[in-house]
Ligand binder design. Structure first.
Ligand SMILES: C[C@](O)(CO)[C@H](O)COP(=O)(O)OP(=O)(O)OC[C@H]1O[C@@H](n2ccc(N)nc2=O)[C@H](O)[C@@H]1O
Ligand SMILES: Nc1ncnc2c1ncn2[C@@H]1O[C@H](COP(=O)(O)OP(=O)(O)OP(=O)(O)O)[C@@H](O)[C@H]1O
Length: 256
C-alpha cells in the first residue's frame, strides 16, 4: 500500500484575473518524474490519525490530514475511521517545502488516490479532484496525475496536454516562498498590469518549444516578478537562463 507523490513545475503561469479572494490563472503544469515523496500505509494500532515523516508539521495542518478529514466527511462512513485506527501513514519526504513544487499538495492528492483504491471507495476522479481542491488549488492536477496539463480557473480546470515529460534539472535556493504572500504581492503591485492578449495561444505549444520561444523567465511566470518583490534576495540566487516554478523558490531548466 504505497504510492509516489511527484513534484510539479509550472512551465508557464499567467494570471488572468482575481475573484472571490483568489487569482485565476492559465498554467502548464508538468510532472517531475525523478522527484517524489512516497506515502505508505502501514498496519499499526493508532489512537489518533498518525502521520510519520513530515518533520515538525503539526498533524492538524498537514495537507494529508486535511485530505483525510474531507474524505471522511464526504463518505460519512466508519470504514475510513476504522482503517486509520489500524494503519499509520508514513511519508518519505524528498520534495522541498515552500519551493513551488507542490509537495504538500502532491502528498494530499496521492493520499486521496491511494485511499480511494485501498478502501474501495469507488469515488470518480472528477469528484476526487473537487474534494481535493478544498485542500489546495494545486490538488486537482495531482489527482488527475497527467504528465502534462493545461490548468485554469483557480486550478480546478485540468486538461491533459499530450506530450512527454521533459528531463528537468532543479535548483531550490534556501529561501522558502510563502505562496499566499507571493499572490498578495502580485495583487498589490502587478494585478493591474496584466495583459491577457500577451499569451494568447501559449497553451497550444509543446513545453519545450514554448521555453525556447519565450525564453524569459519573468514573461513565462507572472509570480516570478511578485516573488522578486517579496523576496529580493532571490535575485542573487537566480541562475542565468533558468525558469521559475509556481510561487517559488525553485528554478528549473531542461537537462542537457
Ligand atoms: C502557485 C501555484 O502552486 C501554481 O501552481 C498555485 O496557484 C498555488 O497553489 P497552492 O499552493 O495549492 O495554494 P493554496 O494553498 O490553495 O493557496 C494559498 C494562498 O495563495 C493564494 N492563492 C492561491 C491560489 C490561487 N489561484 N490564487 C490565490 O490567490 C490565496 O491567498 C491562498 O490562501
Ligand atoms: N504534507 C506536507 N508536506 C509539505 N508541507 C506541508 C504538508 N502539509 C502541510 N504543509 C505545510 O505547507 C507549507 C507549504 O508546503 P508545500 O511544500 O506544499 O509548498 P509549496 O512549495 O509552496 O508548494 P506550491 O507549489 O503550492 O507553491 C509548508 O510550509 C508546510 O508547513
Amino acid at each position: 500500500m504505497r504510492i509516489t507523490a511527484h513534484a510539479k513545475v509550472n512551465i508557464f503561469l499567467k494570471i488572468t484575473g482575481h475573484k472571490e479572494g483568489y487569482h485565476t490563472l492559465l498554467s502548464r503544469f508538468m510532472r517531475v518524474d525523478d522527484l517524489y515523496d512516497t506515502l505508505t500505509l502501514i498496519p499499526e494500532k493508532c489512537e489518533t490519525f498518525t502521520i510519520e515523516g513530515c518533520g515538525d508539521i503539526p498533524t492538524d495542518s498537514n495537507t494529508i490530514y486535511k485530505a483525510f478529514q474531507i474524505l471522511q466527511e464526504y463518505t460519512g462512513s466508519k470504514k475510513l475511521k476504522h482503517f486509520f485506527e489500524n494503519h499509520k501513514v508514513v511519508v518519505e519526504k524528498h520534495i522541498p517545502s515552500q519551493a513551488g513544487l507542490g509537495g504538500g499538495s502532491s502528498d494530499a492528492a496521492a493520499f486521496i488516490r491511494l485511499v480511494n483504491e485501498v478502501c474501495s471507495l469507488d469515488i470518480p476522479v472528477e469528484t476526487l479532484a473537487e474534494l481535493g481542491s478544498r485542500v489546495g488549488a494545486d490538488l486537482p492536477f495531482f489527482i488527475y496525475n497527467y504528465p502534462s496539463a493545461n490548468v485554469s480557473g483557480f486550478g480546478e480546470l485540468v486538461e491533459a496536454f499530450e506530450e512527454e515529460t521533459l528531463p528537468l534539472e532543479l535548483f531550490t535556493p534556501d529561501i522558502g516562498c510563502d505562496t499566499a504572500l507571493v499572490y498578495k504581492t502580485f495583487k498589490q503591485h502587478l494585478l493591474n498590469d496584466i495583459t491577457l492578449c500577451s499569451f494568447t495561444g501559449w497553451e497550444k505549444y509543446r513545453s519545450k518549444d514554448l521555453l525556447e520561444l519565450i525564453a524569459d523567465p519573468v514573461m513565462l511566470n507572472d509570480l516570478y516578478a511578485a516573488a522578486l518583490i517579496a523576496y529580493p534576495e532571490l535575485k542573487k540566487r537566480a541562475p542565468e537562463s533558468w525558469f521559475f516554478s509556481g510561487s517559488g523558490s525553485t528554478f528549473f531548466r531542461i537537462k542537457t
